[in-house]
Every structure is written in C-alpha cells, then in structure tokens.
Design a binder for this molecule. Structure first.
Ligand code: FES
Length: 586
C-alpha cells in the first residue's frame, strides 16, 4: 500500500508511537494528537472541545482519553464524549502501513447547523452557559438568523418552565427586541444572555403539560372571549387554557385573541403590579419575531400567571388611606362615553406632556379625571399610553438616591408596566387597555413619595464633547458604583446633539450587556429604547434615557462573570489558545 501523493500525514513508526504514547502532528490547519492504545493508533483534534486545552497532555486508559483540566472523557476511537459539557472531539482516520502510522487530516464532515442546534439544546438542558455561548456563536457562524436561537430558547422555555411564562422568557424577548439598537459586536452577547436566563429559570423544573384544544365546534370570537374571562375570573387554569388553545386552534384572528387576553387581564385592577400585562405584551412581541404559528404553546403559557395573579384591589395600599380602587372603578365607567365623544373631535389632541405633569401630581382623582377628559377631547389610546409611560420615566429621572436601594425597583416596576401598556396599545388600541392606563396612573401616584425630595434633572453644560470620548466616559463611570448623577449629566450633555442618540443607546446597551444583568436591567433598557424611538431629539426623549441610565448606573458594576464566559467562547470560536504553554519561552 502506498500513501505517496495523498494528503496523509506521516506520524512515525508504530513502535515510536508506542514508546512515546502520543505524537502531535499538523495537517490541514489542525493540530492532531495521535495516541497509541492496545496495539492500535487513534487520532483526535489536539484542542479539547471544552476549552481548547491540549489533549496530548491527557491520559488514555481502556480506550478512554481524559482531559485533565476539567476531566472530560472521550472515546478515543470515535471522539464521542462521555461528558456532554465538553462536546465530541473531532476524530481522524489512521492507517498503519508497513509499520508506519499515517493520519488523514480531514475530519469526518458534520452538518454544522444540526450540530449547533443540538449543542444549544444540551446547553439549555444542562444550564451550561459556556455551551450556550458557543452555540450562539456557532449558529451565527453557519449563517443562521437570530430567530433560530430565539425559537430554540422558546421551545425549551415553553416545555420546561412548568409555571409557564416567567421572567426569563421576557428577558429573551427583550434581547430579541434590543438587537437593532445594539452595536454589532453585542448582538450575539444579548442572545446568549437571554438564553442563559431561560436555562437558569428552567433548571430542575418538571415539564409543563400542555392542554389540547377542544374537538371542533365553537368558532365565535365573542363566545371564546366570554368563556375565557369567566374562567380567569374564577381562577380556573385548565378551563382558561383549553379555551385559549381552542380559540387559537380554530383560527381566531390575532386581534380577537389579544382582546381575549387583555380583557381578562383588565377585568381586575393592575394584576401582579402590572407584571401580568407586561408578560402578555412580551409574548405577543416574541410571536412577532418567531411567527404566529407558535401562538398555541406561547400564549397558553401565560394562563397560569393570569389566574394566580394578585389583584390590586385586594391590597391595603390601594384601599387606604384613599380608596384608590373605587376611584379606578368609577373612572373605568366613564371610559366608553369619553371614547365616543373623543371620536367626534376633528382637532388633533397634543397635550401629552401636560397630561404627564398632572399624572405626577398629588391628587389621584385629578389624574384620573385628566385622562378621561383627554380621551373625550380626542386623545388616542396610544397617546394615553405614551403620556403615562413618560410620567413613569420622569419618576425614575427624579428618583432621589436618599431612598432605600430597593425603592429603585418600586419605581422600575411601574415604569415597565407603563411601557407595556403603551406598547400593547399600539397593537390593540382598545378600551380594555385604556383600563390599564388608569391602573398604571394610580401606581405612579402611589410611588409619589419616592420623588420626595425630587432629584433635579440635569441640564446640559453646553460644552460640546466628542461622542467617542463621551461613550468612553460613560463606560468608565459605570465601572464604579454609585455614579448615578454623573452618568445622567453626561447623557444630558450628549443628547443636546440629536445625532448622538444612536451611539448613546448602543453604549448603554453595551454597559448593560457586559454586566451579569437580570430581569430589571433588560426590562428598563428595552422600555427606554422603545420610548426613545418616538421621542428622538426631544426633551422628553432625553428624560427617558436619563431615567434609564440612572437606574443602570445604580446597579453597576457586577462581577461580570457571565460576560467572561462569553469572551472565552469567542476566543475558542476564533481558535485562540486559552492555554499558556509554560515551556513555550524556554
Ligand atoms: S475538559 Fe478539557 S479543557 Fe476542560
């Protein structure tokens, strides 16, 4: 047998291999470790697939190669691993001819798309963020759209979170929503952060058993709407889920389905401090990314949260010393006639900022009256959502750091609820969601003492500075704790030039993604960007980003462990060595 002229690489004689145990050769861009075992020769890529350490330094026993860094074990013959955290190592064909060992440096070809999908599944199942990071990078490198990772995370999250839609699915959706506003280098980091939250939230949880739709029969939207609301009213989860699945299955329109959900959510006041509505809105946003064909599993995952939600009329803070709940019920009754009157108006209503000021006032009934009056003057539902969202961001911009640290979260919750109502109103400008405007207005009222004293919103110094320097200063400020006011002053200055908005948003996105960011940071970042889009170049747009940047500055830096894992995955993906060979300089 002759090997002359082929691309096979000569390793040495079988006797040499036996005496040395392992010989490393190069071929076709690979460092290949060839091992002797039980009279035969076996070749694998010398880079451990886990973190790239050299397998030549491993140990072979009974046909199993062990890498000593994290003890991953591989079948020497096939390269398959016994430790899924590491992945299979590429194996190469070896031939022994006339006592000489040859290796073919071309590994067996693999379907890379299938490979990275399957690795992402392993990463999610094992709650292993390094595998998730590698898979996100891998899927991107083989040309998959971001939606591939989003769909994989959704499929996993819908099955393995037995309590249904939770914070992690919202984070994943926020990550998808943020992508267009991030620097290119941060987009995969955002997807990785979203997916690792899904894996963490599902870790150790039993699967969710999904209810089948009813047999063919009812198709009328109004009947499903009535059934669904009555099941949610009495907290009947199975009934509500089967009703919703059936309504989707018979092909009711997105608008009919959103009416069912938003009506049921607003039949009571401010469910779970606005979280329930926020989750439903996020689920619709996720479906915008991955397609309505996933509506069954995605939307039915919301039902558990809807039927178990706390209703704010049950809370003492909504009952005493002022019975705010009664004020809300009264204002809700006035909505239909106000809407009807507003539809007759021919003049465009444009008093959003004035309304936001009233909403921030001291009198709850005056705030509710102002909303009803604005609607009767012709304000659109979407404008009402916008006014409430802006007021909520002003609470954050004026939040004083003399408050207790957890109070940031109180203002944050109202702010994200207000943004959710606004985004939902863009999708479904209905009376049901106007009820949520009234609820959220009362939450802003309840937070009023967190603006006592009110932090002054900074003015620009008027001194223009280079945007690159500003971005760097912003990131430097967030390398240290409590630079809240310095950060907001920097933002105020930078945004006097409208053209800086995109750079500032991308920089804030980077500042958030380099941290071990959780639910609240993702939520506020995404809410601020959504609000800023419609306010670019206005003082209210600046106020929104000031509010968000103050919250971010108050919560950074973290230990940044999550980002370090992603950096390791990036270096491995680029083929860089993490392993420093101490003998290299000798
Ligand atoms: S097990 Fe080989 S590098 Fe970690």
């Amino acid at each position: 047998m002759t090997l002359v002229g082929s691309k096979q690489v000569r390793v040495g004689t079988i006797d040499e291999l036996k005496s040395r145990g392992c010989i490393v050769v190069s071929g076709d861009g690979h460092a290949i470790a060839v091992f002797h075992n039980d009279g035969g020769a076996f070749a694998v890529d010398n880079r451990c697939p886990h973190m790239g350490f050299p397998l030549e330094k491993g140990t072979v026993r009974d046909g199993i190669l062990t890498c000593h860094w994290h003890h991953a074990r591989f079948d020497l013959c096939s390269g398959g691993t016994f430790d899924p955290f590491a992945d299979d190592v590429a194996a190469f064909n070896v031939t022994v001819s006339e006592g000489v060992v040859w290796v073919d440096p071309s590994p067996t070809p693999k379907d890379r798309v299938e490979h990275w999908h399957s690795r992402l599944k392993v990463g999610l199942e094992d709650n292993n963020r390094l595998i998730i990071a590698k898979s996100v990078l891998g899927l991107d490198s083989v040309g998959c759209e971001y939606t591939a990772a989003l769909k994989a995370g959704t499929n996993f999250g819908m099955i393995y979170s037995n309590e249904g839609w939770g914070q992690a699915m919202s984070i994943l959706t926020c990550a998808g929503n943020l992508l267009p506003d991030l620097d290119e280098g941060d987009r995969l980091l955002a997807m990785y952060q979203g997916l690792r939250h899904v894996a963490m939230e599902c870790a150790g949880k039993p699967p969710r058993f999904v209810v089948d739709p009813l047999p063919a029969g009812e198709t009328r939207p109004e009947v499903f709407n009535k059934w669904f609301r009555s099941f949610v009213e009495v907290r009947n989860e199975d009934g509500a889920e089967r009703c919703l699945r059936s309504a989707i299955d018979v092909g009711l329109s997105q608008s009919d389905i959103s009416d069912m959900l938003f009506a049921a959510i607003t039949d009571h006041i401010y469910l779970d401090s606005g979280h329930t509505l926020d989750f439903v809105n996020k689920a619709f946003e996720l479906l915008d990314h991955i397609g309505w064909d996933q509506a069954g599993p995605v939307l039915s995952s919301l039902v558990h949260g809807m039927v178990t939600a706390r209703r704010s009329e049950e809370l003492s803070s909504w009952r005493s010393p002022i019975d705010i709940s009664s004020l809300v019920w009264k204002a809700r009754k006035a909505l239909p006639s106000a809407l009807e009157e507003g539809q007759t108006r021919k003049v465009k209503w444009d008093k959003e900022d004035d309304l936001s000021d009233v909403i921030l006032g001291e009198c709850p009934s005056a705030s509710l009256d102002a909303i009803i009056e604005s609607i009767s003057e012709g304000a659109s539902p979407e404008q009402m959502g916008s006014a409430v969202a802006y007021a909520a961001f002003l609470r954050m911009a004026r939040f004083h750091t003399s408050n207790e640290f957890n109070d940031w979260d109180t203002v944050h919750n109202t702010l994200t609820a207000a943004n959710a109502v606004h985004q939902a109103l863009k999708r479904a400008p209905t009376m049901f969601l106007l009820r949520a405007v009234l609820d959220t207005t009362m939450s802003i009222y309840l937070d009023r003492f967190l603006n006592v004293p009110a932090q002054k919103i900074p003015e620009s110094s008027g001194i223009e500075s280079d945007i690159d320097d500003t971005v760097q200063s912003l990131l430097d400020l967030m390398n240290m704790q409590h630079n809240v006011e310095e950060t907001s002053a920097l933002i105020a200055g930078a945004l006097t030039d409208e053209g800086n908005g995109d750079r500032i948003i991308a920089a804030l996105g980077h500042a958030m993604l380099r941290e071990d960011s959780g639910f609240h940071l993702f939520q506020i970042m995404e809410a601020a960007i959504q609000q800023y889009r419609g306010r670019r170049g206005t003082h209210s747009g600046t106020d929104v980003l000031i509010g968000m940047s103050r919250f971010l500055a108050a919560h950074t830096p973290t230990s940044r462990a999550v980002g370090q894992t992603f950096m390791i995955a990036q270096r491995l993906h680029l083929g860089e060595a993490l392993y420093a060979d101490e003998t290299a300089d000798e």
